[in-house]
Structures are given as structure tokens and as C-alpha cells.
Design a protein around this ligand. Structure first.
Ligand code: ADP
Length: 157
């Protein structure tokens, strides 16, 4: 049985994330979506809200678990006894950073493999920060994030 971890900030979850989650859930026996608690950043949604939005967006997937972590991803994975990291790749601009991260993580623990999944072309330009920016200035973000996210964003404003 192979379990993979899909880490990220998910502030908030977008349809691009959701696409990676669905495809990974099909590819692996189990997927853990691991939400990063980063004390150096002020998110739009706190950890609990981000987890909640993911939970409501994936209620139809029964082999996906949601969890939180802080500190080193490698340490979290060792504790969970999982050794596959899933990352989404949108563009060449993602590549350099992800390449660095993957090599650093392998240096820290050579048992852990990072696997990359290409974005769905419909969402290749999509990021949480761009969605938030568009929304702040009144842009229509329908079809870019789950409806529940739009609802919660409206409540925030
Ligand atoms: P963002 O870059 O949107 O702020 P996160 O830190 O939450 O996102 O990203 C978590 C993971 O999801 C990363 O591996 C990132 O490359 C991937 N990802 C984010 N948006 C997309 C997308 N539209 N298509 C594919 N992968 C994506």
C-alpha cells in the first residue's frame, strides 16, 4: 500500500489544488493533504479554516486524509512513515524552487521521493495568492475555487 503526502499552504484551496488531489487519490492507495502551519506568514484563512475548506471540498474522496504540520516536512513524513511527496508543477517558474526543495529534502532523507504532477492546463496560471488578489479587487473567481471558498472569502471582506 502506497501513501503519498501533498503538502502546501492551501490559503485557500483552489481548483488547481483540487485537481492534483483527485488525480493523486486515484494514483495512490491513500493521500494525506498536509497543511503547512507557517508562523512567519499571515494567511487569509487560519489553519483550522484552511483544513475545513479542504474537508468540505473533498467530501467525495474516501482515501484522502487532511492533516497539519509545522517545521520540516521530512520530519513530519518520518513520523507518519510515508515516503512519497506529491508536488504540482504549473510552469517553468515553479521548477527552480521545487527542484531545489526536492534535492534538499533528498539530502535530508534519501528514502523520501518527490514526485511531480503536471497541472491541468485549465489551471496552469492559478495560485492562491492570485485568486485572493483578483477577489480583493472585485474579480469573478467562479470556477477557479470551490463555491464554499467563494462564500468564505465574501464573509472575510
Ligand atoms: P500556491 O502556490 O497556490 O500558494 P501552495 O503552497 O498551497 O500554493 O501549493 C501547494 C502545492 O500545490 C505546490 O506543489 C504547488 O506547486 C501546487 N499547486 C498550486 N496551484 C496549482 C495549480 N494550479 N496546478 C497544479 N499545482 C498547483
Amino acid at each position: 500500500m502506497i501513501t503519498a503526502v501533498y503538502p502546501g499552504s492551501f490559503d485557500p484551496i483552489t481548483n488547481g489544488h483540487l485537481d492534483i488531489i483527485k488525480r493523486s487519490a486515484k494514483t495512490f492507495d491513500k493521500l494525506i493533504v498536509a497543511v503547512l502551519n507557517n508562523p512567519n506568514k499571515t494567511p487569509m484563512f487560519d489553519l483550522e479554516e484552511r483544513v475545513d475548506l479542504i474537508r468540505q471540498s473533498i467530501s467525495d474522496l474516501n482515501n484522502v486524509e487532511i492533516d497539519c504540520f509545522s517545521g520540516l516536512l521530512i520530519d513530519y513524513m518520518q513520523n507518519k512513515n510515508v515516503n512519497v511527496i506529491i508536488k504540482g508543477l504549473r510552469a517553468i517558474s515553479d521548477f527552480e524552487y521545487e527542484f531545489q526543495m526536492a534535492l534538499m529534502n533528498r539530502k535530508l532523507n534519501k528514502e523520501i521521493e518527490t514526485l511531480f504532477m503536471m497541472t491541468n492546463s485549465d489551471y496552469s496560471y492559478l495560485s492562491s495568492s492570485l485568486v485572493k488578489e483578483a477577489f480583493r479587487f472585485g474579480g469573478n473567481i467562479e470556477n477557479l475555487v470551490p463555491d464554499i471558498v467563494i462564500q468564505k472569502m465574501k464573509e472575510k471582506l
